[in-house]
Design a binder for this molecule. Structure first.
Ligand code: NAP
Length: 398
């Protein structure tokens, strides 16, 4: 049954305006933007009468039955989204930080108030990965979900590896093109990928993981030495998030730069594109690829959620509600490349075994096995050290 949608749009930036334009090109959809809430009063492309400046006012508006939240502030977004759900309104959001940090509460609110919250655009922009994990991969054959989840850092790495550009120049370009968030650390230090991975994990294995408990490290410390090392060995460096099923209903997840060989699907994922490899028992590997950022690609995923709400679609959180619970564990080992300069930095890393090492005038490196738990214990200090870490060959022991 299709219902008429009266939309209260919160946020009219890159994605909000993208959605507005995409919606105009989809006349078949019986949806109308009734009001737009923004933060600051200024000249806009639409009449002033369309705008309001209070999210609370908008979620109470009885003419609105769907709130589409597309703002940059995660705390304000949670406030607005929770209030909308409590007011009996369905919600569509693209805010990965807000969703990942409040997922348990958001699931509860949906159940309590019988409303739907959809957020396809929050992970991998235009790629319909969440709904596929929820609906198609709704059995227990899934083994892992691995992907390039952040368009901006991938854009930067592409410029470095494909066009020999420097890190700072590539970051500036990504920001100018609107791929990178205002605070680049969100993208390049792996936070954005982490939030997306937490969301994908809930729909892959049903486990709601606290992002603060997950190992994540980005590309902001990459140096020419690391790039040369990767090139000489035939690798590209990619920022990769992965959740993997282990034995006895356990899962492991982390976001780390990875040395990727040509034979991997994600090797050829360039620029602002995202790519997700879904691995299962019976079907081996499947690959989803598409634009992960930008107003129109993200707007199209929001539009798809709006259409789904029109058909009364809700996430059932099937893995969480109908399968044996998967426990997130921080144990296991991975093989990493560690580039460092000072012995005092190296002292933080307690390698279990070392397979390759190099000492040079500029930098040194070691490749070896290390425990995930030990890396997790120092995760908040990794960015302060003059080091770079990338996963080489992953080996987990349980
Ligand atoms: N950009 C992308 O490619 C992309 C991709 C996937 C997901 N997302 C997610 O989509 C969301 C929006 O991103 P964006 O790039 O469109 O951001 P943006 O261009 O910075 O726009 C943010 C919008 O939110 C409004 N806003 C901020 N705080 C507000 C508040 N407290 N109350 C009401 N309005 C408020 C701003 O108002 P003013 O206009 O008055 O400043 C602006 O219109 C974020 O959660 C982001 O993570 C973005």
């Amino acid at each position: 049954m299709k219902k008429k949608l009266k939309i209260g749009l919160v946020g009219f930036g890159v994605v909000g305006q993208g959605l507005y334009d995409v919606l105009q090109k989809s006349p078949a959809l019986d949806a109308e933007i009734v009001k737009i809430c923004v933060k600051n009063k200024r000249q806009r492309a639409l009449p002033e009468s369309m705008f309001c400046y209070s999210g609370e006012e908008l979620v109470k508006d009885e003419n609105i039955n769907l709130v589409v939240e597309l703002i940059s502030d995660a705390d304000a977004a949670f406030h607005i989204v929770a209030a909308a759900l409590r007011n009996g309104k369905d919600v569509v959001s693209a805010n990965k930080k807000m969703i990942a940090e409040n997922l348990a509460e958001l699931i509860k609110l949906q159940e309590e108030y019988g409303v739907s919250l959809l957020y396809e655009a929050s992970a991998c922009g235009s790629i319909p990965v969440i709904r596929n994990l929820e609906e198609y991969y709704d059995n227990d054959l899934l083994l892992s979900v691995t992907g390039i989840l952040n368009g901006s850092s991938n854009y930067i790495l592409s410029k470095i590896f494909e066009e020999n550009k420097g890190y700072a120049e590539s970051l500036k370009e990504a920001q100018e093109l609107g791929f990178a968030e205002a605070d680049p650390s969100f993208d390049v230090d792996g936070f954005d990928s982490l939030f997306k991975l937490v969301i994908l994990t809930a729909h892959s294995f049903g486990t709601v993981v606290n992002p603060e408990e997950v190992l994540h490290y980005g590309i902001s410390n990459i140096s020419d030495f690391d790039i040369r090392f990767a090139r000489e060995k035939g690798y590209k460096i990619k920022l990769v998030g992965q959740v993997e099923k282990l034995e006895e209903n356990k899962i492991s997840l982390f976001v780390l730069p990875r040395l990727v060989k040509k034979d991997k699907y994600i090797y050829n994922v360039e620029d602002e594109f995202n790519g997700v490899v879904i691995k299962g028992l019976a079907y081996d590997k499947q690959f989803m690829f598409g634009k992960g950022a930008g107003g129109y690609p993200t707007g199209s995923a929001v539009l798809s959620d709006i259409t789904a709400i029109g058909h009364d679609y809700k996430y059932e959180y099937k893995k969480k509600n109908f399968y044996k619970e998967f426990l997130y564990v921080q144990s296991g080992e991975i093989e990493i490349y560690l580039r460092y300069r000072k012995d005092e930095d190296l002292a933080h890393f307690n390698f279990i075994s070392i397979s390759e090492e190099y000492t040079g005038p500029e930098y040194n490196y070691k490749i070896g096995l290390i425990s995930i738990k030990e890396l997790l214990a120092i995760k908040d200090h990794l960015r302060e050290m003059d080091i770079f870490i990338a996963v080489t060959r992953k080996t987990l022991n349980y």
